[in-house]
Unconditional design. Structure first.
Lengths: 439, 540
């Protein structure tokens, strides 16, 4: 069994350097950002004796229309309603997924369930309690996590001892705090010669010309392809993955794009999420925390998903006046989130600097869930829940699991176990983690 | 065997000839005045048959792999690309042209696959095997790769300007790095090209509201539809000589392609995606109810695959045969599971075709019990093409077996008791009851919980509201049903044309012959090549 292999000694100098950085400098860097008081603990990540364990919690509001969400098979994540299959964009990560059908919030209903998603009425969310047991502080990233400039009950997702904990909505502030103690240059020697991105740009130039020719011949379905090629061949490549090192400050175009912008503006939503995803992966890769949560919106979240052509507010859409068309519109919103999570997983599906031979995702458990099961009904039975990753060898994956109405406390227990932590209070409703996903 | 070099010459000559012909026909710079309309553009479209619009169809992940395996001669030692599955349509087919969209995520994935394959090819010395010039990585090698494998990837010759673009990739990269890197990135470039990634069915406007596909496009359409892979050099050459313009020639070519191993696989894939029978390979059953199910589930899938291949190709089976055959294919373990004797090709007592296959009966069942609802929905959706509305959001868990009640009694009690359930289940459960002689794992039974099986039922809403007393009666109704034949013919056309409009493109005669069991399923599929849609389109 992979999780019973002898402990590995990290020989990566990058991580050793990073550990030093974390211990000496990060708190100082963060000290100036009061809003980030919860970001990083007193120490970075001490050298692990066994496989590293990381956790990412992803929250999106308003549930999902069931017929657009649940797949029949992990090999085909298409849902029963084929027009929009929310999980389909995650198909390339299917073998790393557990689709958990049949989980209920016991004793919770409708909007207030947001406060139970990660607490199950214990008053302390699992990101808080697990991070505390690991000696780190959780990194909480917000994407318009409440009404503008507010911190209302509608946005209370994380808790510590009954006190709501905010998710930081400004990626630039998060970034500044995370890199405060990192040198701005001179760490690793600059690579010589052209980068792969530069050579890729040359290689894709013929594609750009051929797409133009196809367009002239009347092809009508290549606009997105053209855009994808343009992103690679363009002069600047804002969407390209930045080179991340842990010894000097990386540059995230996604973060710089939103720096100084109004992070509460609805239209900023996609850009903020893109930046927060980059930062989540960066913080985990460089051992700046072990626990990250990303809160997208809040209950009653009303941003119109204009970037995918939906003009009505997210909450209105979720209630989707009866009928297949309304529900399909809601599905398109939630599907968009899946496309974003696929990008996050891409970043995690890369070599783990602390565990050579494995990927970050091998040593991470990612949960995507919501406070609501079906948006239209606003009920809490059969909540959408998907796990990703190997949890440091503790989880198997590549399956659709039917849990037949089990309490979501079992899911919180599963997270605790995947993080190697016992004794976490996950509230009533379960004494056992989800055995179907245990490795 | 035509070599890569000869193909280049052939295609080059054909290109030159077609350019000359275009000039003589009155294209730009014509010496002859107004061009005549392509004969294909004026052929009448038979009544009851439609033609679609020009299209650009992205290769499926499977077609991508098959193409590069062919072009680069890759064997089993290459494990294939790491590409995610393509989205399936409501009918279950993953080649729907509308769903095969190219978004940013898919594009990046394909570029990643191109880079990975380029590394594999270079590491295995494939360029040097395909082109002697590649014994030295350089511009000459790159030119040979563009003219050889490049043309085969594109399924057409490259124009001079295009060719120069790829040589320019080599020049630029090698100037910044090294000639081997230049070759590597040129391969990436070819494998990322839209000319490789899409099947062009854009054609050329004929000036009369029609668009005529060129020989390359027809050759590709035939090859991917009937063999799942790229056209051979010979087929490309035939297309360029105009030999695929007639319906008869296309059907003959389709039959030839279907006879090959890849042709068999085309229809095997259709059956897998239509019936979802392969799902049985990963289905679990309660070990207390079906001990050892995991040891026979692979055999069940293999039974269906083998029987269908034989029925389709050796026996030239019809729609009727799908529901009346006794054929099975048994391993010793599967024979024991079914309670049958014999191994290999054998017969079971029930003459109900695929309805008796464990793969299907297990797929449409629950972990602890059979499911008349799932089986009834299977017949409605897969065999009658009658889509059912999705279950309501608050649908409960499936019925849990109860002591003293047969499955039928349980379903009748639960679904009839609720008005909200009864509406839909009245249309599906009575069909599923017809298969109650087969338990959740396809084992024949005469009793359940000590009571005799009642497998009588009806197909509500069908013409005449037919009733049956058991599975044999149900199978007889389906085998003779024009609706079933129409459904299956429509699905085959949907799959062949990569669009739900496929059935509209099918010639009426082929549809009628399938419905009357005058045409075998394979013959019907081949006759789809006669559809005018294969050669002409209507202008957008």
């Amino acid at each position: 069994m992979r999780d019973r292999e002898p402990p590995r000694v990290r020989g990566d100098t990058t991580i050793t350097m990073n550990t030093t950085l974390s211990r000496r400098g990060l708190l100082k860097g963060i000290a100036g950002a009061a809003a980030l008081a919860t970001v990083i603990g007193k120490a970075g990540i001490a050298r692990a004796a066994a496989r590293p364990r990381r956790m990412v919690l992803l929250f999106t509001p308003h549930g999902a229309p069931a017929e657009h969400f649940w797949p029949t098979s992990i090999n085909d994540l298409s849902s029963q309603a084929r027009s929009t299959s929310i999980l389909a964009p995650l198909q390339r990560h299917a073998r790393r997924m557990n689709v958990l059908r049949g989980l209920n919030y016991a004793g919770s209903d409708n909007h207030p369930a947001i406060r139970d998603v990660f607490t199950n009425k214990t008053g302390t969310s699992v990101d808080t309690s697990i991070a505390r047991k690991m000696g780190v502080k959780p990194l909480r990233l917000g994407v318009v996590p409440d009404y503008a400039q507010s911190f209302t009950v509608d946005g209370w997702l994380a808790f510590d001892g009954g006190v709501a904990q905010a998710h930081v909505p400004d990626p630039a502030k998060v970034y500044d705090a995370l890199v405060a103690s990192m040198p701005t240059g001179g760490g690793a020697p600059a690579p010589s010669g052209p980068t792969a991105a530069e050579l890729r740009k040359i290689a894709l130039a013929p594609a750009a010309a051929e797409l133009e020719a196809l367009k002239r011949r009347g092809a009508t379905n290549i606009a997105r392809h053209t855009e994808a090629v343009r992103r690679i061949t363009g002069v600047s490549t804002p969407g390209a993955a930045p080179v991340v090192t842990c010894t000097q400050r990386p540059t995230f175009p996604s973060v710089e794009k939103v720096r100084g912008k109004n992070v509460w503006a609805a239209e900023s939503f996609p850009d903020i999420l893109a930046a927060q995803i980059d930062l989540a992966a960066f913080a985990l890769r460089c051992g700046l925390t072990r626990v990250v949560s990303i809160q997208c919106g809040y209950v009653n979240h009303q941003a119109p998903f204009s970037w995918i052509g939906i003009g009505d507010g997210h909450h209105n859409v979720s209630h989707s006046s009866p009928g297949a068309a309304g529900r399909a519109l809601h599905a398109r919103c939630q599907e968009w989130f899946a496309t974003q999570w696929a990008k996050l997983l891409d970043l995690l599906e890369t070599p783990d600097p602390e565990d050579p031979g494995r990927t970050m995702l091998d040593n991470t458990v990612v949960l995507w869930t919501s406070e609501i099961a079906d948006g239209q009904a606003h009920n809490c039975q059969g909540i959408p829940a998907v796990l990703f990753g190997g949890g440091g060898g503790s989880l198997k994956s590549g399956q659709v699991v039917d849990l037949g109405g089990r309490s979501h406390a079992s899911l919180l227990l599963t997270l605790s176990e995947a993080m190697g932590q016992s004794g976490i209070d996950v509230g009533p409703g379960a004494t056992e983690s989800i055995r179907e996903v245990r490795a | 065997m035509i070599t890569q070099k000869r193909l280049g010459l052939l295609l080059g000559c054909a290109l030159a000839a077609s350019a000359l012909a275009a000039a003589c026909d009155g294209g730009e710079g014509s010496l002859m005045g107004r061009p005549p309309i392509d004969p294909l553009a004026t052929e009448p479209i038979p009544a009851g048959t439609e033609i679609g619009e020009p299209a650009l169809r992205r290769l499926t992940a499977r077609e991508w792999e098959t193409t590069v395996r062919d072009v680069f001669g890759l064997g089993a030692d290459w494990k294939g690309p790491s590409l995610s599955a393509d989205r399936a349509s409501e009918q279950g087919f993953d080649n729907d042209a509308v769903l095969l969209e190219m978004d940013e995520s898919k594009h990046d994935e394909l570029v990643g696959a191109a880079e990975s394959l380029a590394d594999t090819l270079v590491a295995a010395g494939v360029p040097a095997k395909l082109a002697p010039a590649c014994r030295t990585a350089g511009r000459e090698c790159t030119a040979a790769l563009v003219d050889g494998p490049g043309q085969r990837l594109f399924r057409r010759p490259l124009e001079t300007e295009e060719r120069n673009r790829y040589l320019d990739v080599f020049d630029q990269v090698s100037a910044k790095t090294s000639p081997p890197a230049g070759v590597r990135w040129t391969l990436v470039s070819l494998l990322s090209s839209p000319s490789f990634l899409y099947r062009s069915e854009l054609g050329k406007p004929a000036g009369n509201g029609r668009v005529v596909l060129n020989g390359d496009e027809i050759a590709s359409a035939l090859s991917y539809t009937f063999s799942g892979g790229p056209p051979s050099e010979e087929l490309i050459a035939r297309g360029r000589r105009g030999e695929l313009s007639s319906p008869e020639a296309r059907v003959a070519e389709a039959k030839k392609l279907l006879e090959g191993p890849r042709g068999h696989e085309v229809l095997a894939l259709f059956a897998r995606q239509w019936l979802h029978y392969e799902d049985v390979r990963s289905i679990a059953k309660d070990e207390a109810v079906v001990p050892g199910f995991s040891q026979v589930r692979q055999d069940m899938a293999e039974e269906t695959r083998t029987v269908l291949d034989e029925l389709l190709f050796e026996k030239k089976g019809t729609v009727r045969d799908l529901f009346s055959s006794k054929a099975t294919f048994l391993t010793p373990a599967l024979a024991t599971h079914y309670g049958l004797t014999g191994t290999g090709k054998a017969e079971r007592p029930q003459a109900i075709g695929i309805l008796a296959h464990g793969s299907i009966l297990s797929r449409y069942a629950l972990p602890q019990a059979s499911s008349p609802s799932q089986r009834g929905a299977f017949v409605r959706e897969k065999l009658l093409c009658q889509p059912l509305p999705p279950p309501p959001p608050n649908v409960g868990e499936p019925p849990v077996p109860q002591p003293g009640l047969t499955t039928r009694e349980l379903y009748e009690k639960i679904h009839a008791a609720s008005a909200s359930c009864a509406g839909c289940h009245a249309a599906i459960d009575p069909i599923g009851f017809g298969l109650e002689h087969f338990d959740l794992a396809g084992r024949f039974r005469t009793t359940e919980r000590g009571k005799p099986i009642d497998a009588s039922g009806k197909i509500a809403g069908a013409p005449g509201a037919p009733t049956f007393s058991d599975h044999e009666g149900l199978a007889r109704i389906l085998a003779a049903s024009p609706e079933v034949a129409k459904c299956i013919g429509g699905l085959l056309a949907t799959y062949a044309f990569g669009t739900e409009h496929g059935k509209e493109y099918t010639l009426a005669g082929a549809r009628d012959d399938l419905a009357a069991s005058r045409a075998s399923l394979v013959d019907f599929y081949a006759r789809l090549a006669a559809a005018p849609h294969f050669a002409v389109r209507k202008e957008k």
